[in-house]
Structures are given as structure tokens and as C-alpha cells.
Design a protein. Structure first.
Length: 183
């Protein structure tokens, strides 16, 4: 499996954007319904793992027989998250909310949320009017947002390819950075 994951492409401009955002001091985190093993192997291969401070995903381990075991992020048998928008194994909105409330109000940061799947809609609804969401154009998240824009408070900046993602993301980081230096 690990060898196959090395073949997973990451657009060079997206990799450059991740490295640039990390170099600017952004706290990069991953919220994914994939799994720890897949994400870490792909990021390691592309030399991006060290750019992320935390990965919120389904935990994994390789058992004594070499089999990959994947577990749900939220154990629904112990405490179901109760979100009708998300699968039982992970409510990204709940995770994002926990990240938001864990920082003291004085240290509240602007969030820039990138996503493309329908599972990214719930956390998009948790973003405030000083935050940004970057949905991939013509993908499920983009469709959810634009089917009824009234529910989304964050500023929406769509992208279609790696070049657009990089340009928009770095522009937003510079904008937020310059606004903070004015305050």
C-alpha cells in the first residue's frame, strides 16, 4: 500500500503553496475523512508532512500480520456526534469548532478552509465572517455552497487548479497579515 501511495500526485503549485504558507508561519492542519496512514505516507513522500501541526482523521495501525487497520475518528458507539451532514465516523464541523474554541479569544485566528467534498460543507458552516472558504470549483463543496449561499458566513474564494489555489491562498495570507500589522 505504501508503495502505491507514492504514486499519488500532488500538484506542484499546491505543494509550493503549502510550503509557502508554512514558511509564513501559518498553522496548517488537515481535516480528512481518509485515514492517518494514507495521509502521512503521501505527505512524507512529497516532503510536506512537517508543514502540518496536526492531522484530524481516522486513526490507523498496521497489525502484527501486516494488515492496515482503520478506526473511526469519532467512536459512534461511545458518543455519536449527532450531525446529520456528516458520516458517523467524522464530523469535520465538530472538529473545527473544537479548534476554534480551544484558542483564547485574544488569540483567535482567521481561518482559511480549503475543501472539495460534501463532507467539507459542515465545517464551512462553522466559519465566521472574518474567515475564508476555498471550495474547488464544480466539486461537491462548491455545489453545496452555491446551492444556497445564505448559510455561509465566510468569504468564498473558488479555485479550479493548483495555480489558482496557490495564487488565492497566498493572496489571502498576505491580506490577513497586512491587516494584522495595521491593527
Amino acid at each position: 500500500i505504501a508503495e502505491c501511495l507514492k504514486k499519488t500526485p500532488v500538484h506542484p503549485r499546491i505543494a509550493a503553496a503549502i510550503k509557502a504558507a508554512h514558511a509564513f508561519g501559518c498553522d496548517l492542519r488537515i481535516l480528512s475523512d481518509a485515514n492517518q496512514f494514507f495521509i502521512e505516507k503521501i505527505l512524507e513522500y512529497h516532503d510536506l508532512l512537517g508543514c502540518f501541526s496536526k492531522i484530524y482523521t481516522n486513526p490507523t495501525f498496521v497489525d502484527e500480520e501486516g494488515r492496515l487497520r482503520i478506526f473511526p475518528y469519532h467512536d459512534s458507539t461511545l458518543s455519536p456526534h449527532g450531525c446529520s451532514l456528516c458520516p458517523s465516523n467524522l464530523c469535520k464541523g465538530q472538529v473545527l469548532n473544537n479548534i476554534q474554541v480551544s484558542a483564547p479569544e485574544s488569540e483567535r485566528q482567521n481561518f482559511i478552509y480549503l475543501g472539495d467534498g460534501s463532507g467539507d460543507y459542515c465545517p464551512t458552516l462553522k466559519l465566521g465572517d472574518k474567515d475564508y472558504v476555498m471550495p474547488r470549483k464544480n466539486y461537491p463543496l462548491w455545489n453545496c455552497i452555491f446551492s444556497d449561499r445564505a448559510f455561509v458566513k465566510a468569504e468564498v474564494r473558488e479555485w479550479s487548479n493548483g495555480e489558482e489555489l496557490e495564487g488565492i491562498l497566498l493572496h489571502l495570507i498576505n491580506r490577513i497579515s497586512s491587516e494584522r500589522s495595521i491593527l
